[in-house]
Design a protein around this ligand. Structure first.
Ligand code: GRF
Length: 246
């Protein structure tokens, strides 16, 4: 059993996470649920949820959990909080984008280098970039004829969807898929992959440094979710059967 002082130190070492979301917030929910499951061994705490959209379901989910929320100022709606001030007020040290549709200002990216992460519903660097969000991504994947899509978790830099990739997981595209069926299949995997990546970065198990142009990714804790093969071969066989329509 650990003593009170040690417990306080572990708590103090946890990252203070600001989640930015524009939509329903199912990835936020998956993260909160994952942290609940991890209990005291979680790598971080969500200390604020901020959105550019008043109606974002993510704000509602946060409020229900007693997590402070913030409505951000945007060019279209200048009345609202400035992101930098929100991060400072809540002493955030990790920014987790979960369906956030705006570019994070370059000054924030600079101040949080290696401490901003995002999840994208396709296998980057394909099907990313400006305008590639939500159903647009899945429609483009289907239109291309690709048989495999997936989930990418990556560090964020000042170009949309271009930061260093942390983890990817493939998701099959079936004949007859439309953007809704594919989105649902991909989202289910996002909910498994992203919370684990957030926890790894929050706990310092996965770090990214870009010193003097030499970018270095260090992953000291590679979990099964980061590899292409599922744990049990029977599940892989099941996936292959599904893909081949057996
Ligand atoms: C997810 O598909 C995520 O990959 C993308 O936006 C969607 C957000 O969904 N960036 P939710 O708001 O977490 O439900």
């Amino acid at each position: 059993m650990i003593g009170r002082a040690e417990a306080n130190t572990i708590r103090a070492m946890r990252s203070r996470i600001a989640v930015l979301a524009s939509g329903g917030g199912s990835n936020l929910q998956a993260l909160l649920d994952h942290f609940d499951r991890l209990g005291d061994s979680r790598g971080g705490d969500v200390v604020v949820v901020a959105s550019d959209r008043k109606a974002a379901g993510a704000l509602e989910r946060a409020t229900q959990r007693g997590i402070p929320v913030s409505l951000l100022a945007t060019t279209q709606r200048p009345v609202g909080d400035a992101l930098g001030e929100v991060l400072e007020r809540h002493e955030a040290d990790l920014i987790v984008l979960a369906g956030y549709l705006r570019l994070v200002p370059p000054e924030v990216i600079r101040a949080f280098e290696g401490r901003v992460i995002n999840v994208h519903p396709a296998l980057l660097p394909a099907f990313g970039g400006p305008g590639m969000y939500g159903q647009h991504v899945h429609r483009a994947v289907i239109a291309s004829g690709a048989r495999v899509s997936g989930v990418t978790a990556h560090f964020v830099d000042d170009v949309y969807d271009r930061g260093r990739i942390i983890a990817q997981w493939p998701v099959p595209v079936f004949a007859g898929d439309d953007e809704h069926s594919l989105a649902a299949r991909v989202l289910r995997v996002e909910h498994l992959v992203y919370p684990r990546v957030v926890d790894a970065v929050a706990a310092g198990r996965t770090t990214f440094h870009n010193c003097a142009g030499a970018a270095e990714l260090s992953v000291s804790d590679v979990r099964p979710a980061f590899t292409l093969l599922p744990h049990e071969d029977s599940r892989l066989a099941e996936n292959i059967d599904l893909a081949l329509g057996c």
